[in-house]
Design a protein around this ligand. Structure first.
Ligand code: ATP
Ligand code: IPE
Length: 242
């Protein structure tokens, strides 16, 4: 079984509030659903814009709680778009929000495990949740680390909008080189706008954690999801963590 995270920038227009990119989502789901998987997706313009507007993550206040409600509802909407596509394709998919899984000090994934054991494809997503005095945001990348630990999948695949990890941000530095096998090289990360969960640096940290748990981990360009099928071949374009 594979765990796969679709970055929010792939299935939403990150600059337009709550714009779902249906055709792009269909293309990715058609390819990843050829094998057994658990899906995680990010927020894109269903998550980051409202989070920023309400100052999330942040200290608990009336406004922050209101913001958490808006963000959770918007993320549920995005998740429903994804689930609807999947069920139309005949995939028994069901959504799980971190907000509902949070139990005092940690996330309780037992409903997700139970669903998976019943043959359901769990679809998790980044979301707001309330922890004591704070409204926090759990990113899809954090969820991938937890799922690696619990399920010990054969691989953890992160789909983003770049060909892999480069030695510098490829959107800023045209000479940046793709790192095909990451083995401790020095990398420069540039900040990403419209992102409350930390951009590529955060994702990179999550990918290292998945690898440290013994799970084969890859970053692939989700605009070309067919690259997933080349993972074991010499043709593979992406970054493998070794
Ligand atoms: P979103 O977060 O909305 O989906 P994502 O989870 O796919 O997207 P981002 O958090 O946007 O990923 O991070 C991807 C971006 O990180 C790329 O578009 C790229 O511009 C930027 N980036 C910065 N430094 C690097 C680097 N060294 N290698 C690759 N990408 C980098
Ligand atoms: C963020 O999740 C969710 C919210 C902002 C509510 P991610 O951090 O996984 O989302 P993307 O992939 O960057 O859009």
């Amino acid at each position: 079984m594979k765990i796969i995270k679709i970055g929010g920038s792939l299935i939403t227009d990150k600059n337009e509030y709550r714009k779902f990119e249906k055709e792009k989502a269909i293309k990715i789901i058609e390819i990843i659903s050829k094998e057994q998987f658990i899906l995680v997706h990010g927020g894109g313009s269903f998550g980051h814009i409202a989070s920023k507007k309400y100052g999330l993550p942040g200290k608990l206040s009336k406004e922050a709680i209101f913001g958490a409600c808006v963000v959770k509802n918007d993320m549920t909407l995005l998740n429903n778009h994804v689930i609807s596509l999947m069920t139309k394709m005949g995939i028994p998919a069901m959504g799980f929000s971190p907000f509902n899984l949070w139990k005092r000090e940690k996330f309780d994934y037992s409903p997700v495990i139970r669903a998976y054991e019943q043959g359901i494809v769990p679809v998790l997503f980044g979301d707001a949740f309330i922890d004591h005095e704070f409204v926090k945001i759990e990113s899809g990348d954090d969820i991938m680390v937890d799922l690696s630990d619990i399920f010990k999948p054969e691989s953890a695949i992160f789909l983003s909008d770049v060909d892999g990890v480069f030695d510098d941000d490829p959107k800023i530095n045209k000479d940046a080189k793709l790192i095909r096998k990451f083995n401790g090289e020095t990398i420069k990360f540039q900040g990403v706008k419209n992102d409350v969960t930390g951009g590529m640096l955060k994702k990179f940290d999550s990918m290292l954690k998945c690898r440290q748990m013994g799970v084969k981990t890859y970053l692939i360009n989700g605009k070309y999801p067919e690259r997933i099928m080349d993972i074991e071949s010499g043709e593979f374009i992406g970054t493998e963590f070794i």
